[in-house]
Design a protein around this ligand. Sequence first.
Ligand code: PLP
Length: 569
Amino acid sequence: MDSAYDFSTGSRAQYEVALPKAKDFTDHLNRVTKNRAASTLKELYKYQSVPGMIVMAGGIPHPEVFPFETLSATVLAHDAFPLDPPRVPKKNKSVLSWLFSLPKPTISFTIPKYAPKPTDATTIQLSSSLQYAAATGPPALPLFLREYVSKVYRPAYADWDVLVNVGATDGWSKIVNMLVELGDAILVEEWTYPSAENTFLAYECERVPVKMDAEGILPEILEKVLSEWDEEKRGKRRPRILYTIPTGQNPTGATMQLDRKKQVYEICSRFDVIICEDEPYYCLYTGEWTPKGSKSDRSVLEQRLLDSQKKEGPEGNEAYIKSLPPSYLNVDTEGRVIRMDTFSKTSAPGSRLGWITANPLFIERLTRISEVSTQAPSGFATAMTTVMLQQWGFDGYIRWLRGIKATYNMRKTWICDAFADTFHLEFNQNKSLFPNGTRTITCYSRQEPRNRWDEKRDAHHKPLVTFTPPTAGMFIFLGVHVSEHPDYHDLVKKGENATQILVQKLWTNLADNLVLFAPGWYFDAGGEHAIGGNGYGYFRLSFSIATYEETYQAVERFAKVLDKFFHVK
Ligand SMILES: Cc1ncc(COP(=O)(O)O)c(C=O)c1O
């Protein structure tokens, strides 16, 4: 695997040196960010670790008084999760026992307060990790992350860098802090992650929803919004930031591939928009769901890539990296993409650790913001995570990600299979929810007698639910056909918001029957929707936690509640 970044020396490789350098984006910094000076005291950290330096400058505690002499951990081995778990867990065994009772291979390590030979930048010792540190954190983790970014994302410009942070929420908050002026307009997907909105809505910002399909935002709509923006009429400048979740989008599960990204990038470049890609689910790109017993419509090449992904060793690792949708960084020749990554979904959310990849100006300004907010992430989290990554090595980390991906793929298969076994499914029948050639599944009740189905199918059958099987992440986004409800048209006639009233009622019925879905309206960024529209109520189902049995139970309860709700006999 060739790399643009030389991990051992920390220097750029030839290939990367030849790439263009980032453009100057000073114009995008807000007034507060332009005013920010380097924290005078924190500048001292840079010199503190120079060998031989007698440090008498800072108010730093002596490591002798740190109560932590060692930190030890037993962590799962990089190959603890199988690459090709069975579709159905073994009979009479709950998945918990199947997944968790077998002892998994582990490795153990201990981090001392003082490393015997603290010789290079990759050494982790508690006397340094638990000490005050520069906002960039101890160098070992950024070194690992640069290698990862270089090999997996392959940015298309030369002078990108990484900055560790306290997870994607922190990363986005700092980006907003750096770029947004009070009252700005910000481009978002029409359904989006509400916490991301809450970050900028407090800045009196206007969200500008862009219609999407199952691949994410529609370039022609983005172009229309930007080209028709009338600053005078809107009373604000044209949007300069796009917040997007390109892979396993939260909540819709949409995943954007390279061609669409190129189109979006070109438009953003033309209208000078900074693309902020928030990618917590990137490594959980799982591909299509194939119903049990059906032949997949994959090409020979696609099948070969899929088979390679099940192989151990470098071939499997290469195939996995190849299978991931290229990052926006991969088309970014100007440095206008800010990428947010997190360890929340690939290691543990409580570690509160992540990083940003961006151009050097943004990295420098974000560092200044970090100096006066979080400073460096917690030394405990950073030390433990870094040593774990070092023990696994780069290839081991990729193998770990593949194992995680395989478990999410298994869970996705359970829930899709549960729908197939509980409902009558029709494929590609209802395109209005997820347009643009995506594969949709429409669910009908199984309560209706078969002969009635066959004879008078259209007259008697109500489509209940439509969704697109997700290809990444941990969510299924369902559209419930509330317009099929017997009261729908009466409510509309009375001038009521029939969709909202009925979907709220259904959600309560589900909760009363001990099934909790996230209501779609939590994620609604407003505006006109390309996905669905009036008459559809939405729910987001997460398949990340429930056991196999619970997954089936939940879908069966959902089916029963729907039968009652829609008066299906
Ligand atoms: C799109 C998106 N961004 C960010 C986060 C939070 O990430 P972190 O734990 O790194 O703050 C989530 C978690 O659900 C998410 O779905």
